[in-house]
Design a protein around this ligand. Sequence first.
Ligand code: NAP
Length: 319
Amino acid sequence: MKDTLVIVHELYPELLDKLKQTFDVVHFVRLGSDEDRAAFKEAMTRAVAFIGSNVAFDKALLEQSPNLKVIASVSVGVDNYDVAAIHDRGIVLTNTPDVLTEATADTGFLLLMMTARRASEMNRMVLDGRWNVSPGRDQFGVDLKGKTLGIVGMGRIGQAVASRGHFGFGMKVIYQNRSAKPEADKTLGARQVDLETLFTEADFICVTVPLSPETEGLIGRDLLSLTKPKAIFVNIARGKVVREQELIECLRDGTLYYAGLDVFEKEPLPKDSPLMTMDNVVCLPHIGSATHETRGAMCDLAAENTLNVLDGKAPVTPV
Ligand code: NAP
C-alpha cells in the first residue's frame, strides 16, 4: 500500500503524475469550500507528507495528523506554521528559499515602477475613455533614477530589489535589518540605518522582512508620517507587517503619497476594503513568485525535500 501525500497547491501535471507513482496522492488546488476542508482534514489523518501553501499548521491540525513526517511548504515565508510545535513532534518542515528570490524582487520593482508612474491610474483613464488630452502635471509621475531606496529586511529578496535599484536605476540604497549586511554595503554601496531614518530619508520604501511576532504590526502611522511628500511605499512581504487601517488612513489624508501592495492583512482582499477605490494605491493579488518558471522550481524543490525526508536523507532546504 502506498503512503498518503496530501497536496494543497497547483502542481504542473508532469510533477503530479510523478508523485502519483510513489504516493497515494490527495490533491487540492486550494481549500476553497467546506467540503474541501473536511476532505483535507480526513486525508491528514493518514498523510505521511504534505506539500503546499496557505494552510495554517497549528497545534490542532498537527494533533489530527498523527502520521505526518514532513511538511514541505511551497513558500519561503513560514508564518503559517507553528514551527516549535512542528519540531516538537519530530516533523521536518522545509521551505523554498532562493528559487523565488528573483521573481519576487521583480514584483517589488514592478510595484515601484507602477506607483512611480501611476500606471494603474493612467491605465484606468485610457480604458474608461477619459484620455482626451495629453496628461499634464496633475498626472505626472516621479523618477527612480538617483533616488534613495529604503529596504526593510535586507535578506535575499531585499538585496535583489536593492540590486535592481542600484545597478539598474542608480539608486542609493539604505536598509534596516537586525544584522549587518557587509556584503551588501560593499557591492551596493548600501548603508544600514534605523527604521525612523529609513522612513525619513527614503524616496521609495520596499518591505521584504518576514512576518514574525517581532515584525507583526511593525509599520504604522508613526513611521509613515515621517515620509517625504512624494514617498512611495511598497509591501511585498506579508500584509500583517503593516497596520493596514493606519496605512489606509495615511494614504487618505495625504500623510503618505502612494503605495504598491502585493500582500494584505486579509487575502483575498475583502471587497469592501477602502484600498479597492483609492487612486493612490496599486494592488496586486499576492503574485510575488507567480511565474511559470519560479512556481515550477518551488514545486520541484518541495517535492525533492519530501522525497529526501521520506528516504531518510537530509532535506535540501530545512527550516
Ligand atoms: P530572508 O533571506 O530570510 O530575509 C529576511 C531578512 O529579514 C533577513 O535579512 C533578516 O535578517 C531580516 N529580518 C528578520 N527578522 C527581522 C526583524 N525582526 N527585524 C529586522 N530584520 C529582520 O528571506 P527572503 O527570502 O528575502 O524572504 C523574505 C520574505 O518575503 C518572506 O519571509 C516572505 O514573507 C516574503 N515573500 C513574499 C512573497 C510574495 O509573494 N509577495 C514571495 C516570497 C517571499 P537576518 O539576516 O539578521 O536574519
